[in-house]
Write a protein that binds this ligand. Structure first.
Ligand code: NAI
Ligand code: K
Length: 353
């Protein structure tokens, strides 16, 4: 139940209001067992305060699991600003929000999410130190899709090894749905590795990008065609819910590994995938390269160090797939267990209650 934040396991939920600027925000800290809570700020016109609260509780919990498995010394948090960014986002509102983040004295670090951008983080940074995802000019990590794509590729290699015995996509047909910031980089890594790439995007400009920069990529008109195509690996890199009651039965791939958040449309889909003999590399495990990239800013951004950390997504994915086999559970369940284990073990050292 979200009526009582105490019942959801969150450490702290902070409601922020600034009448002058119209700011209404909720900061959710699920866990600081591993370190300060890190997670982005979503700026969204929720229908109600209840909807905003439900989202922040859910997202902050998800970040705790993602950061734990990314091997970061960071806990999980997230924030939502309730309102239409087109209507109310101003310098003053973002700075008022930054002061609330500062008031938590480092228990929560923010970053970009839906509706917030690098430029917004630069504004927030004028009021607080506890912000990542800033522009390169301001000491930031810049575009996080670079290491997101690299990490997805590493997770995909681990899944390929689990199924075919070798950690490469060489000679495999990989279907990439969504040629956005992440999908574009992913296509490059796949081609470098010797994979055959089939791709699609709803945006004609993205299709044109593929046609002109990578003529060897086969293009299909929509993602339904990609799902039904003769592919070995399916990489959802567009929106959430790619794995649902329609797509899973139609899927011909043996492996699913992609960047999109919340790929499983509802609980139970992980079981449906397992029943069909499809190996699903959990989204939040393989797409952690982005948070790894922005988290590195806290230490002073170093691309090579961050890339090395994102490369370890290969090892983590491997471990999760082994654990899933050993415990007879879908990989999504094994991932949750591994994250919970790390939070409990390290949290105990830190005597957090
Ligand atoms: P983006 O917005 O740059 O790219 C998404 C692409 O998907 C766009 O080109 C869009 O036209 C296309 N698309 C939308 N609906 C589609 C459909 N039905 N079929 C085919 N293509 C469709 O987003 P970005 O940054 O590349 O992120 C992709 C996914 O990865 C998102 O779910 C995002 O939440 C997730 N993600 C991104 C991270 C990052 O660092 N950028 C980090 C972790 C997750
Ligand atoms: K907790």
């Amino acid at each position: 139940s979200t009526d009582d934040p105490g019942s959801t396991g969150h450490e702290q939920v902070v409601f922020c209001q600034d009448k002058q600027t119209g700011l209404k925000a909720i900061i959710g800290i699920y866990s600081t067992a591993l370190g300060p809570a890190l997670g982005g700020t979503r700026f969204y016109p929720y229908d109600s305060e209840e909807a905003a609260l439900a989202d922040v509780l859910d997202l902050s919990r998800g970040m705790a699991y993602k950061n734990a498995l990314a091997g970061l010394d960071l806990g999980g948090g997230k924030a939502v600003i309730w309102g239409d960014p087109e209507q109310i986002k101003t310098e003053a509102l973002l700075r008022a929000y930054g002061r609330f983040v500062e008031s938590l004295a480092g228990r929560y670090y923010t970053a970009c999410d839906v509706g917030t951008y690098v430029a917004d983080m630069d504004v927030i940074a004028r009021e607080t130190r506890y912000v990542t995802g800033r522009s390169v000019e301001h000491g930031g990590a810049g575009d996080s899709s670079v290491l997101t794509a690299w990490g997805v590729f590493q997770g995909m290699r681990a899944a390929a090894e689990h199924v075919w015995g070798v950690p490469t996509l060489h000679g495999r047909r990989v279907g990439v749905a969504g040629l956005g910031k992440v999908g574009k980089y992913l296509v490059g890594h796949l081609l470098d590795d010797g994979a055959e790439v089939v791709a699609t995007d709803v945006d004609p400009r993205a299709m044109e990008w593929a046609r002109t920069t990578h003529p060897q990529v086969s293009l299909v008109d929509d993602s339904a065609l990609l799902v039904g195509a003769d592919i070995d690996v399916y990489a959802p890199c567009a929106l959430g819910g790619a794995l649902n009651d329609e797509t899973v039965p139609a899927l011909r791939a043996k492996v699913v590994a992609g960047a999109a958040n919340n790929q499983l449309a509802h609980p139970g889909i992980e079981k449906l995938l397992a029943d069909r003999g499809i190996l699903y590399a959990p989204d939040y495990v393989v797409n952690a390269g982005g948070v790894i990239q922005v988290a590195d800013e806290i230490e002073g951004f170093n691309f090579e160090r961050a890339k090395l950390r994102a490369t370890r997504i290969y090892d983590t994915t491997r471990e999760i797939l082994r654990l899933a086999d050993a415990e007879g559970v879908p990989p999504a369940v094994a991932a949750d267990r591994l994250a919970e284990r790390r939070m409990a073990e390290v949290g105990r050292l830190r005597t957090i209650h």
